[in-house]
Design a protein around this ligand. Structure first.
Ligand SMILES: Cc1cc2nc3c(=O)[nH]c(=O)nc-3n(C[C@H](O)[C@H](O)[C@H](O)COP(=O)(O)OP(=O)(O)OC[C@H]3O[C@@H](n4cnc5c(N)ncnc54)[C@H](O)[C@@H]3O)c2cc1C
Length: 415
């Protein structure tokens, strides 16, 4: 029996998960994707034998939705060592496991980033959060993360030396204004799981979702201009009449009435350099303390050797904000890298940079999940996308599943 024709706008993670759930219920959805490939914000390019993710990002192995939709073994996940190497102008030090096992971090090492009470507080926070469900975490009152850390009693030293560089790189904003709900969620995920990348890059994640689809059709380079009722107007002038539509992209792009409803998104710049040899030589994230262009850095082939086919190491550098032209930014970053590593600036060979204007949605009210009824705008139009909940792979997956479930639920009631 031919069920309703469901169109999904966008082949990012949320759109692909929506298709997967619709297929499970017997639908054969059609995805309309504006670009020439799947993955949206999660893509990997191959350039000169190096794998370049579009922006440094990681999968946390504790994400509940990721466990449902991904086969971690099939992805050959490569995990980061927990903790971070912290660089300042004169020194670098390793803090081994502050969110999973704070009391095990050797006193001397910890004393570089915080005091003994910070260590005890890290431990109690870890224990408290592990006991709370994700739903509970996201229903607590929200305050800016920086205020939360101060209220919790963390010292200014650990806030400056660890929390700021670590969470700036996750929230993609400098002041830790992001809601404490997201802080607690991410902290809990790091306490329970590991940061990881698939052996061959983050782009493998949407590819694995796509492989599970059997009756979904995907049309590429099919940009939607506007949705009116159940009519999908394409940029090329065609009009498609759908039974139902899942908008798996921030909806102001395709629904004129929603324009101006969203705060400007968080941006990020990701620069890739190659170097003869990693100066970290361990699968760990490097954080740069203080006010620098470079916020965090990782030698990707220390985590997964497949990121570099040749004999040079691949360095991924995250810059949160800069108006500099590419040439000038690269030069400044090379100087900063030389400053923290002692390796000459010119040895950092620039490979490619990504200026990502839409990296994370900028949200006031962060949530973990939503009721089925909320993602339904009209009888025909349903919403999906991380912007509905919080900026994470887990949220993108949850939103896609919820939109599909809402359609199935509504279909069952009317048929
Ligand atoms: C640099 C960076 C770092 C990140 N770090 C992490 C991290 O460490 N951990 C984590 O959990 N999450 C991270 N994220 C967030 C995560 O990548 C996103 O939450 C997730 O990929 C969002 O998926 P989505 O389907 O909601 O949206 P998108 O991936 O944005 O998908 C939308 C799709 O719609 C298509 N589209 C847009 N407009 C149209 C149109 N008019 N017509 C047709 N198609 C259209 C787009 O081409 C795209 O394919 C990061 C993101 C970035 C960019």
């Amino acid at each position: 029996m031919e069920k309703e024709k469901v169109y999904i706008v966008g082949a990012g993670v949320s759109g692909l998960v929506a298709a997967l759930e619709l297929e499970k219920a017997g639908f054969s959805p059609i995805i309309l994707e504006g670009s020439d490939t799947i993955g949206g914000r999660m893509k990997t390019d191959e350039v000169d034998g190096f794998l370049l993710d579009h922006g440094f990002q990681v999968l946390n192995t504790a994400y509940p939705e990721a466990k449902k939709y991904l086969d971690f073994q099939g992805l050959k996940l490569k995990t980061f060592d927990p903790g971070a190497v912290i660089f300042d102008e004169k020194d670098s030090y390793l803090i081994s496991d502050p969110m999973r096992n704070p009391l095990k971090v050797v006193g001397m090492a910890f004393s570089k980033v915080g005091n003994f009470l910070d260590k005890v507080k890290m431990f109690s926070l870890t224990q408290e959060l592990k006991k709370q469900s994700n739903e509970e975490i996201f229903s607590k009152p929200a305050v800016p993360t920086l205020q939360y850390l101060k209220d919790y009693g963390f010292s200014p030293t650990i806030i400056e030396n660890f929390f700021k560089p670590f969470f700036r790189g996750i929230f993609l904003e400098k002041h830790l204004n992001t809601s404490s709900r997201m802080f607690e969620f991410v902290f809990k995920m790091f306490a329970l799981g590991h940061a990881a990348v698939p052996e061959k890059g983050m782009g493998e994640i949407p590819k694995m979702l796509r492989k599970q689809l059997s009756s979904t059709q995907i049309y590429f380079e099919t940009r939607v201009k506007e949705i009116q009722g159940n009519a999908i107007h394409l940029e090329n002038g065609e009009v498609i009449i759908a039974d139902r539509i899942i908008v798996a992209v921030q909806p102001d792009r395709v629904m004129k009435q929603l324009q101006g409803q969203f705060a400007p998104s968080r941006k990020v710049i990701n620069l890739y350099f190659t170097l003869q040899k990693s100066f970290m030589a361990r699968p760990m994230i490097g954080l740069v303390k203080g006010d620098h262009l470079v916020n965090n850095l990782v030698f990707m082939d220390d985590v997964s050797p497949a990121y570099s086919k040749g004999d040079r190491s691949l360095l991924s550098v995250t810059v949160l904000e800069s108006d500099l032209e590419e040439k000038d930014l690269v030069k400044e970053v090379q100087l900063e890298l030389a400053g923290i590593s002692g390796v000459k600036a010119e040895y950092f060979k620039y490979l490619k940079g990504y200026w990502i204007d839409y990296a994370l949605p900028n949200l006031d009210d962060l949530r973990y999940s939503m009721p089925l009824t909320e993602c339904k705008i009209t009888d025909q139009v349903y919403l999906a996308g991380d912007y509905l909940l919080n900026g994470s792979i887990n949220a993108a997956m949850t939103s896609g599943r919820t939109a599909a479930e809402a359609i199935v639920h509504s279909y069952m009631r009317t048929h």
